[in-house]
Design a protein around this ligand. Structure first.
Ligand code: MF3
Ligand code: CO
Length: 253
């Protein structure tokens, strides 16, 4: 499948799906505290998504059993919510969730600090978030896809962090994962030219140590190979003829 260009009507529906998802994230941010189980986060998330008129798009996606990925500390992405996984003071917690609204997908991730965390952990979270904003400086019609990848990598690399290579960002629209794949590490080729009407989920995943990752026996949870902390930040973005529109970022982020 080629990269889809959304019509004005489709863009309106993407905006609405993404706006509602940003509200879900704002609500989830408020419930992250020591003592909550990752499963409880999932229950709240399902309620919120449905409350905003959406359908959880992660739930049952290739058999994934929840509406949200909750990835704690050395978990990179795709952490499965569990009753017996209790969030504690000092954790860093990545929440990745999405919805379908009137046929259109949205996808976004945030990494939260639980209470007091180390200065090193906070810096990892901040650099990961900022790398997204460095990347989208290149998210403009006429630039090339890998200008985004290279901008993310150029910003992150001097910190000595490991940029995860086994997972990438993606196009998004009627499907959760559409073309193109969007690497967060340096590319030699330019990749496809960006055009107004493309909607992209840009999602750097950054480890404090090695970029290598491993999969747990649950077949979903991705962890850093050296068990170092990992952060994730993602928004669904619309390419326009001017500034990119960050569709999943409204009030906070
Ligand atoms: N946001 C995730 C991604 O784009 C989607 C996870 S799919 C799930 O990689 F099934 F794990 F939820
Ligand atoms: Co995504």
């Amino acid at each position: 499948m080629a990269i889809t260009i959304k019509s004005p009507r489709e863009i309106e529906l993407m905006r609405e799906s993404c706006r509602r998802l940003s509200l879900v994230h704002d609500e989830l941010a408020k419930i992250i505290r020591p003592g909550i189980s990752t499963k409880e986060i999932d229950r709240v998330c399902i309620e919120l998504i449905r409350g905003y008129g959406g359908t959880p798009n992660f739930l049952h996606y290739h058999g994934y059993p929840a509406s949200v990925c909750v990835s704690v500390n050395e978990e990179v992405v795709h952490g499965i919510p569990r009753e017996d996984h209790i969030i504690k003071e000092g954790d860093i917690v990545s929440l990745d969730t999405g919805m379908i609204y009137q046929g259109y997908h949205s996808d976004a991730a945030r990494t939260h600090a639980v209470g007091q965390i180390s200065a090193e952990a906070q810096k990892l979270i901040d650099v990961t978030r900022q790398s997204f904003f460095e990347g989208i400086k290149m998210a403009r019609a006429g630039k090339h896809l890998h200008d985004i990848s290279n901008a993310i990598a150029a910003y992150v690399t001097p910190f000595g962090y490991g940029i995860v290579r086994d997972l990438v960002g993606h196009g998004i629209g009627k499907e959760l994962h559409e073309q193109p794949q969007i690497p967060n590490y340096a590319q030699r080729r330019r990749g496809p030219k960006l055009r107004a009407g493309m909607t992209l989920a840009i999602e750097p995943m950054i480890n404090m140590g090695t970029s290598d990752v491993e999969w747990l026996d649950d077949e979903w949870t991705v962890i850093s190979a050296d068990h170092s902390l990992s952060a994730h930040y993602e928004n669904t973005v619309l390419i326009t003829d001017g500034e990119p529109e960050i569709l999943t970022l409204r009030s906070t982020g």
